[in-house]
Design a protein around this ligand. Structure first.
Ligand code: GDP
Ligand code: MG
Length: 657
């Protein structure tokens, strides 16, 4: 008994002094920093912290290794015990008379004891991953504060198994390897590969996995367990290094059966000192204390290496979040605030629309051709003018027969022969204008549909900070365009009506064209009066015309010819007016829309007699409020993290490391 006590004391003292000497004030602050960063949950901000990840095939002895390092008992045994990632934070506290343990998961902190730890972990695992054999990647954190433990933070992961045991989901292998990959893939993770001395290393699943992410093994350390069970050939196995373990091997013997932690360390020590085969292995790569020391060195080096990068990431994330917060709409607290924001929104929208609908400046939407409105509108206009027939259409294919029919009808009213009745001209013109009147109305429909699209997009863009206003804004824009479109229809109908009722043009082109066309007169009359002349004529301004059918209407043909030439000359003025008037009207309307009507409509819709829209602006939408809160929190946290890291960096500089 006395012997054993002495042994324990000796082991503990050795542990404590060895650790205290190597991991004095230089390493501990690094770990504290990482722990604090972990505590600040910077991982949630996408910043990765270096960690030691324990991987190994099922029953290779992962939990046993962690137990040995922590000096505590973890759930251990056959099959799958570790079903969720277990983050173990070991902290050596030389002055602590009694170990302090606690489990943290799902925002809960559960104090526990060395005796109760195994049960606490089992029930927490059941709470996270269910009572069956399923697994989960929600981690469980175990904090162990104890005299003599190394300052280490490690993650224990479920062991890999190819074959699902009874009650496990079929895809258990995929699930587990997914979790393992998530932890070992980051370049800053140190992979602690636990290999049982009883197996052939190259056949280990965990070796295959770690080689996928760390081919050269530069961040992989191997722990060979169960040295006591398979001492033969172990020396050769670790010296030949068939599996590329860059950070080297450490051979250990864990607790067996009901041994206490201290008994296990004693037995291990004796084993490597006295066993005929195992004693030949270099002392620098055997035993749990060596493993602890190696891990702490590796961990400290890895943290020191990562810190500058962590600082950079924290800063980047911080400025990105700060910018995002700045760009968020201000929290409006009074009606005056809301009014100001509303008026600001209108003036921004106005300026955007002015640029794209009037001035043709597309800097706000350089690559969005749809929003290059002046260009698109001019295309639509020229398409419209091409759709209007430039030559007056004729209902009868036979030259002048339509005119003759109209003249026949008009005869009864005006009576005088040889006198071109005004009513014939008007009747014909009415008919022709009516025929094309669908074209302008279709143009108006398309044009306003396009303008509506542009206006709605610009307004929604400028009110995107107020999602609660978007439907009102859209409605205002639609109402407004509806009004403008109806006005355009009215204007168009009026101008068509004018064309039908009145004939007038001051266009000098009319007389010129008519005179030119009338140059064909004698040639035409000759052809119908003289039966010997050819019946096909080529007349200026027309395609070749056939006139044989007109020889029976000699008297009326001359009038019909005159009528046709007048209509033809006049038609050009009609088309020109239909295009120009409508174009001018649309441009004018767009101008009115941008400069005054839009504002009036929005004020009516959003402010209204009861200011209901403005009131809505005051209620921040839940999503905006949530985002603001999230950003605020994240910024606070990152600032704190930044300070924590800055402090430790200063210290590292002071040490000259
Ligand atoms: P895990 O599934 O990788 O976590 O493996 P465990 O730590 O649960 O160990 C599996 C079994 O191997 C347990 O019964 C342990 O007692 C046993 N074991 C682990 N390490 C050693 C060792 O170094 N020597 C001996 N003899 N048995 C060990
Ligand atoms: Mg385990």
């Amino acid at each position: 008994m006395g012997d054993r006590k002495e042994g324990i004391a000796k082991a503990e003292a050795e542990n404590t002094t060895a650790l205290a000497a190597s991991y004095d004030s230089r390493i501990r602050p690094l770990l504290d920093t990482i722990d604090r960063l972990r505590h600040l949950k910077v991982m949630q901000e996408g910043i990765e912290l270096p960690s030691i990840v324990v991987v190994g095939d099922q029953s290779s002895g992962k939990s046993s290794v962690l137990e040995s390092l922590a000096g505590i008992n973890l759930p251990r045994g056959q099959g799958i015990c570790t079903r969720v990632p277990l983050i173990m934070r070991l902290q050596g506290h030389p002055s602590l008379s009694k170990p302090q343990l606690q489990l943290e998961y799902k925002d809960k902190i559960i104090p526990t004891s060395e005796a109760g730890i195994s049960n606490s972990i089992s029930s927490a695992t059941a709470e996270i991953a269910g009572n069956g054999k399923g697994i989960s990647n929600t981690p469980l954190t175990l904090v162990v504060k104890k005299r003599g433990v190394p300052d280490l933070t490690m993650v224990d992961l479920p062991g890999i198994t190819r074959v699902p045991v009874h009650g496990q989901p079929d895809n258990i292998y995929e699930q587990i390897s997914g979790i393992i990959m998530e932890y070992i893939a980051p370049k800053d993770s140190i992979i602690l590969n636990v290999l049982s001395a009883t197996v052939d290393f190259p056949t280990c699943e965990s070796i295959r996995m770690s080689q996928q992410v760390d081919r050269t093994g530069e961040r992989t350390l191997a722990v060979v367990t169960k040295a006591d069970k398979a001492p033969e050939g172990l020396l050769e196995k670790v010296t030949t290094d068939d599996v590329n373990i860059g950070l080297g091997y450490v051979c250990v013997r864990n607790r067996v059966g009901d041994e206490s932690y201290e008994q296990a360390r004693d037995a291990e020590k004796r084993l490597f000192e006295t066993h005929p085969l195992l004693s030949r292995i270099d002392k620098s790569i055997v035993g749990i204390p060596v493993l602890a020391q190696r891990l702490m060195q590796i961990q400290a080096a890895s943290i020191a290496k990562c810190l500058p990068d962590i600082v950079k990431k924290i800063n980047e994330k911080l400025s990105r979040n700060a910018l995002e917060l700045k760009q968020m709409p201000r929290n409006l607290s009074s009606m005056a605030d809301a009014m100001r924001a509303f008026m600001n929104m209108i003036s921004m929208a106005k300026e955007s629309l002015r640029k794209i609908l009037i001035r043709g400046e597309f800097d706000e939407f350089p690559d969005d051709m749809v929003m290059h409105a002046t260009a698109r509108m001019s295309e639509m206009l020229s398409k419209y003018s091409k759709e209007l027939p430039s030559k007056c259409p004729s209902a009868d294919e036979r030259f002048l027969m339509e005119e003759i029919a109209v003249l026949e009808e008009a005869k009864g009213i005006d009576g005088l022969p040889n006198f071109l009745p005004r009513s014939a001209f008007r009747t014909l013109l009415r008919r022709k204008v009516k025929e094309i009147s669908q074209i302008p109305s279709e143009f108006i429909r398309k044009m306003w549909a396009y303008i509506e699209d542009v206006v709605v997009r610009v307004l929604l863009h400028h009110s995107e900070n107020y999602p609660q206003l978007q439907s009102l804004t859209r409605r205002a824009a639609e109402n407004l365009v509806e009004k403008m479109r109806n006005r355009s229809y009215q204007v168009m109908e009026e101008s068509i009506e004018m064309e039908m009722v009145a004939n007038y043009t001051s266009n000098a082109d009319y007389m010129k064209t008519w005179t030119e066309l009338m140059n064909n007169h004698d040639k035409f009359i000759n052809a119908i009066e003289d039966p010997t002349k050819p019946t096909k004529l080529s007349l200026e301004g027309f395609d070749e015309v056939e006139v044989s059918h007109l020889r029976q209407y000699v008297a009326m043909a001359e009038q019909a010819f005159d009528l046709r030439m007048r209509i033809t000359a006049y038609w050009r003025s009609v088309v020109l007016r239909l295009v120009d008037n409508l174009a001018l009207h649309i441009l004018y309307s767009v101008n009115c829309l941008v400069e005054k009507e839009m504002e009036m409509e929005l004020v009516d819709e959003l402010v209204g007699p009861r200011m209901s829209g403005l009131e809505r602006m005051l209620e921040e939408s839940p999503s905006t409020a949530g985002k603001r809160e999230r950003l605020g929190k994240s910024i606070g946290l990152l600032k704190e993290a930044k300070e924590v890291v800055a402090k430790i960096m200063d210290r590292i500089d002071a040490y000259g490391d």
